[in-house]
Design a protein around this ligand. Structure first.
Ligand code: SF4
Length: 450
């Protein structure tokens, strides 16, 4: 009999959360990979909006779903953890009711190990709850924690997650070592694992969309971003291999919506994204692509914009961050004067509508003024795009971390709950008081383009 592993995507605990093509791609990738190596995999996705055990429960309102597979999660307001007591907003657990999660755990007999992933550092209460319940239902079974929180806040995760092992190294070797330490060995590599090794979206209750990564890592070193720490090298997949994966999900599971999770999809597009888009254009499939992780503004040439429009890109998000070019020199070096205007010109000329183009604007950086954010919002609106505020969350191991520590009144170093971007932890109270005005300005521009 095959050894069994339970893989868990834990709850989100936050003031707000939204399913903007949010799937645990790393965990699903791992599920496909381990399945291809002879394990029996049981996935429990705490953020499953379609779980059959949920609609019958009248204590919660069913989540509203929106276009292209996006929408709200199940949500229950819960008590705030003590460090967040003074924040005057409701705090919620997003996802399945704990009793539904427990029932799922009980369905699985004699697992060899339980693997739990993690994402935002300040969502660790969801990790801790998943670990606790997993240990209660399956006492004695090793619980192994991995993912982004585990890697960024290793000491915190070791101390407070309750997991037996915390995987904080890079790549599959670290996980294999943790499995090995717990006496679990890879059963065998199946003779032709082929498609079984795609991220295991087929283990979800329903596939609303598929997330795809055509590359890992990013050549930029933006001060506020942990991409380089998490994935030091840029690794690109062969465009034909990516194409095959997209066609597989479309043909076998009728998937039309694909979210690109790359950090640097368009960088050096001549030998990567451009080739993929040309092949997609030739196949002329009825697909829609979305870029929630943002595209590099300076890479949007007329040809790339035309190919993106021709292959069904519907949601374009641009990593603008600020219209202050001198600030870009300090922050990220990813934009020069005129790049944004040129990208917008190319996108609109290719046939995209303003409603489809959004620009992320970083808000709440250490030392950033409210005026600079307001100017950027107006700049985005004047160039025919929709502004999206992206509130800054301080991240350990980023170049900006020390500056964040120095500028925040919160103890960011010892309490990851304070990394929550809702707190705008690196802005003082006078700047925070202007946030409603800033949000109104964003709404006015959105109204104008609706
Ligand atoms: S370009 Fe984007 S992914 Fe790359 S380092 Fe900067 S913010 Fe991170």
């Amino acid at each position: 009999m095959k050894p069994t592993l339970i893989l868990i995507n834990p709850w989100i605990y936050d003031f707000a959360a939204y399913d903007l093509w949010s799937k645990p791609l790393g965990l699903l990738h791992l599920a496909g990979w381990l399945r291809g190596r002879g394990f029996d995999i049981h996935l429990i996705d705490c953020l499953d909006v379609h779980h059959p055990g949920m609609p019958g429960n009248s204590s919660l309102t069913p989540p509203k779903r929106r276009l292209y597979g996006t929408g709200k999660f199940w949500r229950e307001v819960v008590l705030k953890p003590s460090p967040l007591q003074n924040i005057p907003r409701p705090y919620s657990r997003y996802g399945l009711l704990p009793e539904v999660f427990e029932q799922e755990l009980r369905k699985i007999r004699n697992p060899s190990a339980i693997l739990i992933t993690s994402l935002m550092t300040y969502w660790y209460p969801g990790v801790r709850k998943a670990v606790n319940l997993a240990k209660r239902v399956h006492p004695g079974v090793p619980v192994i924690l991995g993912g982004i929180y585990a890697r960024l806040c290793r000491d915190h995760a070791l101390m407070s997650s309750g997991a037996d092992s915390v995987v904080y190294g890079h790549g599959a070797a670290s996980l294999l070592a943790a499995l090995d330490e717990n006496g679990i060995h890879i059963p065998a590599t199946l003779p032709d694992v082929g498609r079984l090794t795609y991220p295991a979206f087929d283990l979800l209750t329903r596939i609303d969309y598929v997330c795809v990564m055509t590359s890992l890592g990013c050549p930029y070193r933006c001060q506020y971003c942990a991409s380089h720490f998490l994935q030091p090298n840029l690794i690109r997949r062969e465009p034909d291999e990516v194409l095959e994966e997209i066609v597989f999900w479309h043909k076998e599971f009728a998937v039309r919506d694909f979210a690109l999770y790359d950090d640097a999809f368009l960088v050096e597009s001549g030998n990567h994204a451009g080739l993929l888009l040309e092949s997609l254009a030739r196949l002329d499939l009825d697909l829609r692509f979305h870029t929630p992780n943002a595209l590099h503004v300076r890479e949007i040439t007329g040809e790339i914009a035309r190919l993106m429009h021709g292959t069904g890109f519907q949601t374009i998000r641009l990593g603008l961050e600020t219209s202050d070019i001198s600030l870009h020199g300090d922050l990220d070096n990813k934009l020069s004067k005129g790049d944004f205007e040129r990208a917008m010109h190319n996108l609109l000329k290719a046939g995209f509508d303003t409603k489809e183009i959004g620009a992320y604007i970083l808000t709440g950086l250490p030392g950033q003024t409210v005026d600079s954010v307001v100017e950027t919002i107006n700049f985005v609106g004047a160039n025919g795009a929709i502004p999206y505020l992206s509130e800054y969350s301080p991240i350990p191991h980023t170049p900006m971390w020390e500056k964040a520590l120095a500028s925040s009144k919160y103890d960011l170093a010892s309490e990851p709950l304070f990394h929550n971007n809702t707190l705008l932890p690196c802005w003082d109270e006078s700047k925070k008081r202007d946030l409603p005005m800033v949000k109104r300005l964003v709404s006015q521009i959105r109204e104008k383009y609706r």
